[in-house]
Design a protein around this ligand. Structure first.
Ligand code: NDP
Length: 325
């Protein structure tokens, strides 16, 4: 098999293609998959740099899709040839992956394998953020940062489907056009203007009910200042760097705010929850109600370029490593 290996934490140059690795053998409850495509996510950069350390050497990648090619002795319900996808299981930057059967998601008819690989991690994240972390209801106002990004595009669409008023931040005119087409009610160029001042003006001085913030360090102050009294900051990412040294007193001084720092793994713990989130997303895709955009497909050997591009702020939607076909 072929896989990307990381021997030491560091820059994108640490992503090295290894060929002629021994074929993976599934344990009793595991399934071996011929990987068609692996999603590239910001968390892969954190694994590579060691911000979220894994044991080295390791193969990055936490989601993918492909076809089953071998099953362990105790696996029921999956057979060779089945089209499947998974999230939150390590080592997907490879042409073979081992996934516990209870983490596998069948891909329904009508959904392309690559679409499943592009949809699930970021889609499930957007889904739990608007459905569970802060369950948005019609008429509520929300600020979505990095709205043209992988999670951001899907978050804007799901928030609009729930009837929310969506203010979206982006850093280029092209991204602004894209999120307007997706339904954002107003776009804020956070690279150019003061976000809180814009939000204050858009909401007649009230502020938004919730901020979904994947940018972290660079946007923290503006996010807190954009919230209404007793509003909620959902800080779910660190694209600009992790927030450190945060005093809870800031929440009381900014209007008795709420702060939460959720992660997907805690919202797909039970198999029923995992499958229900996936099914809702697949249904939206099959009915044409959710636009999944693949920014670019990369060969496995070009994982380095994919990481460089994702960190550069030059991408929109999803980046995929394509390993077969
Ligand atoms: P994106 O496609 O959103 O890419 C990151 C975007 O963030 C960029 O395109 C850019 O948009 C914006 N950005 C702002 N400042 C910076 C900066 N200094 N460096 C890089 N990007 C910056 O990535 P993802 O959708 O994959 O992930 C976004 C964040 O969400 C990550 O931090 C990720 O870890 C997190 N995440 C969290 C999950 C959870 O469950 N908690 C699950 C999935 C993702 P612009 O140019 O418009 O500013």
């Amino acid at each position: 098999m072929r896989a990307i290996r990381v021997a030491e934490f560091g820059g994108a140059e640490q992503l090295q293609l290894a060929e002629d690795l021994p074929e993976l053998q599934p344990g009793p409850r595991e399934v071996r998959i011929a990987v068609a495509a692996s999603g590239v996510n910001f968390i892969d950069i954190y694994h590579r740099t060691g911000l979220y350390p894994l044991t080295l050497p390791m193969t990055p990648g936490v989601e993918g899709a492909g076809t089953v090619d071998a099953v362990g002795a105790e696996v029921h319900g999956f057979s060779p040839g089945d089209r499947v996808a998974w999230v939150s299981v390590n080592a997907s930057y490879a042409d073979q992956a081992l996934v516990p059967a209870d983490r596998l998601i069948p891909i329904p008819d009508g959904v392309e394998i690559k679409t499943a690989a592009a949809l699930l991690l970021q889609g499930m994240t957007a889904h739990y953020l608007v459905a569970d972390t802060f369950p948005l209801v019609a008429g509520q106002r929300t600020l979505v940062h990095a709205a043209a990004g992988g999670v951001g595009r899907l978050l804007v669409q799901l928030a609009k489907q729930r009837g929310a008023v969506v203010y979206a931040t982006v850093s280029t005119d092209d991204k602004a056009r894209m999120v307007t087409e997706l339904g954002a009610d107003a776009v804020i160029r956070y690279d150019q203007v003061d976000v809180a001042a814009e939000v204050t003006s858009l909401t007649d001085g009230v502020g938004v009910d919730v901020v979904y913030d994947s940018v972290g360090q660079a946007t923290l102050d503006g996010s807190l200042a954009s919230l209404r009294r007793r509003g909620t900051l959902v800080s779910y990412g660190n694209a600009s760097g992790a927030i450190t040294d945060f005093s809870p007193l800031r929440l009381s001084q900014s209007g008795s705010l709420y702060l939460t720092r959720p992660t997907l793994a805690d919202y797909v713990v039970e198999r029923d929850e995992l499958l229900a989130r996936a099914e809702e997303l697949f249904t939206l895709v099959n009915s044409g109600s959710l636009d999944v955009l693949v920014h670019r497909e990369y060969a496995l050997a070009d994982a380095k370029q994919a990481h460089t591009d994702l960190a550069s702020r030059g991408t929109v939607g999803k980046l995929l490593l394509v390993t077969s076909g």
